[in-house]
Design a protein. Structure first.
Length: 267
């Protein structure tokens, strides 16, 4: 995570901001996934504008919560909302529920009900909940945008399924077979290649591979001619073209290209 730390020349404020954000996020993550803060390790690394907050799972074998933070689009928003609550702010309005003026419950900068703990004593003097309120309010309104490469395997499968041509059962069978044999999934579905005037059913972009799933309609002579022309153009552009046919076994055809699909395991 790369927080906008404001004026990088103001070292003291920057320090306060970054450390407060660190403990606020850890508290939010712990609350969302019901783990102890002490099960999450965290540290501020780097210098100046290159500073990052590193959070890791300290428990042996991991807790799986940080993975979910990336996989669940609303996770970071939920974490921000909980962090605000923990720091006595109304997560919707940002209103301070325990203003410093309140002599009984007031929390000036940080207290043991919010950010302070026995474990972060060395940073107590730096922590100030007011510094991160606005950032957390804007994080709360955001969603994690997961890049294709960052999608989990399951999510990528679901996404590909949602992109398949509804008229093509073969496309879905192909993806389903890759998934069940734990093979590599395409990076793209219906990726239009303007220079070749065609839209391959699937592509492995990094490998420059296009995959077509040909149902019986592709056996009609007219369609055959169009297909061949488009695939020739793709090959001229440097793509490798793999055709998966409806009238041959999927496993047999997929196994012919282990360098693209991987070796796979028995479904
Ligand atoms: Zn407090």
């Amino acid at each position: 995570m790369h927080p906008d730390i404001g004026d990088p020349d103001d070292e003291a404020t920057t320090n306060s901001f970054v450390y407060t954000l660190q403990y606020a996020l850890v508290a939010g993550v712990a609350a969302r996934y019901q783990v102890e803060s002490s099960e999450l390790g965290s540290e501020v690394i780097g210098e100046g504008l290159g500073r990052r907050i590193l959070i890791w799972e300290a428990a042996e074998g991991g807790l799986g919560v940080l993975r979910r933070l990336v996989d669940e689009p609303d996770a970071l928003s939920g974490v921000a909302s909980l962090a605000l609550e923990i720091m006595h702010f109304d997560p919707d309005t940002g209103e301070d529920m325990r203003p410093p003026e309140d002599e009984v419950h007031g929390c000036a900068r940080a207290c043991y009900d919010c950010l302070l703990s026995y474990y972060n004593q060395r940073h107590h003097r730096l922590l100030d909940r007011h510094l991160v309120r606005d950032l957390l309010l804007s994080l709360k309104g955001g969603r994690v945008r997961v890049e294709i490469a960052g999608r989990s395997y399951d999510e990528q499968c679901q996404w590909l399924m949602s992109e398949t041509d509804s008229r093509s059962a073969l496309e879905r069978q192909f993806i389903d077979h890759l998934y069940r044999t734990r093979r590599s999934l395409p990076s793209h579905a219906q990726m239009h290649v303007p220079e070749a005037e065609c839209t391959p059913d699937f592509a492995y972009e990094g490998l420059h591979v296009c995959v077509f799933c040909d149902g019986s309609v592709h056996d009609q002579p007219q369609q055959q001619g169009r297909d061949e022309a488009a695939r020739r153009r793709l090959r001229e552009l440097g793509y490798r073209v793999i055709t998966i046919r409806y009238d041959r076994g999927l496993e047999e055809q997929i196994a012919e290209h282990p360098d693209v699909f991987g070796e796979g395991v028995r479904p």
